[in-house]
Design a protein around this ligand. Structure first.
Ligand SMILES: Nc1ncnc2c1ncn2[C@@H]1O[C@H](COP(=O)(O)OP(=O)(O)OP(=O)(O)O)[C@@H](O)[C@H]1O
Length: 238
């Protein structure tokens, strides 16, 4: 569902992403870990068609993103760290608008059901987004993915700044989408959440994918050790 073939992005002399090969199937949640500047957002931007690769290719549902920018977007939902919604519109109005853009004309009751499935309290459905917490806005993002019937979900640090309960709830929503066969790529700094909700984990450094794991094959402690080792962090004694 999400594939890259030697995907490479250079900015001048700087290689932001170096020959990335990813292969994410239906029902998988692939968590991409890596320090600041590792190339995670660049990967997502290339899959979204926001930036063009220097070489290599990106595929969504077997369609080349660069050759089919509109078609590939139909399969996608994207939730960045700070989801842009219309602050003066309610959750229901935002969902109506964004699902409409995606070509879905849904009844008010269908829209409500998607918001409820995304865990939004019923009292919030008709409230303006400007009154929402970050966790609530992320739930609207999930509702948009559900309403759009997205096959692929791209997430860029979606749980950053969420409290542990909201972050846990978000993880459960991703599991719900996984069961529907959605393929998810999530860039994150949260090793714990990656282990909790991921099916696969990749560790990037300096634009290169250095390590890949099936989540059930590795404990959280092992993951942390491998991560720190990959980053070449030294233990600091005080
Ligand atoms: N438009 C740009 N022009 C020049 N360099 C860029 C541009 N976008 C990204 N880069 C560089 O590419 C590298 C990868 O950046 P990227 O944003 O993909 O990292 P990241 O892993 O998402 O980091 P973070 O965890 O901080 O979000 C960095 O060195 C960054 O400075």
């Amino acid at each position: 569902m999400i594939n890259t073939n030697n995907l490479t992005k250079q900015y001048g002399e700087h290689v932001a992403l170096d020959q990335l090969n990813l292969n994410i199937q239906q029902g998988e949640i692939y968590c991409l870990l890596g320090a600041n500047g590792a190339g995670k957002t660049t990967t997502i931007n290339l899959l979204l068609g926001f930036v063009q690769p220097t070489s290599g290719s990106a595929f969504i549902n077997q369609l080349n993103v660069q050759e089919n920018p509109k078609a590939t977007k139909q399969f996608l939902a994207y939730i960045p760290e700070n989801l842009m919604l219309y602050p003066n519109l309610t959750a229901l109005e935002n969902l109506d608008y964004f699902s409409g853009i995606a070509g879905k004309k849904l009844s008010q009751s269908a829209l409500k059901e998607f918001l409820e499935e995304s865990g939004l309290q019923s009292e919030a459905i008709n409230r303006r987004i400007s009154t929402f917490s970050k966790g609530m806005r992320q739930k609207v993002g999930i509702a948009i993915a559900l309403a759009k019937d997205a096959k692929v979900l791209l997430l860029d640090e979606p749980t950053s700044g969420l409290d542990p309960k909201a972050s846990n709830e978000f993880g459960l929503l991703l599991q719900n989408l996984r069961k529907k066969g959605v393929a998810t790529l999530m860039a994150t700094h949260d090793l714990f959440r990656a282990k909790e909700i991921g099916t696969h984990i990749g560790i990037m450094k300096d634009g290169r994918l250095k390590q890949e794991f099936v989540v059930e094959d590795i404990s959280l402690n092992q993951l942390e050790d491998v991560y720190l080792d990959t980053m070449n962090y030294k233990e600091v004694t005080v």
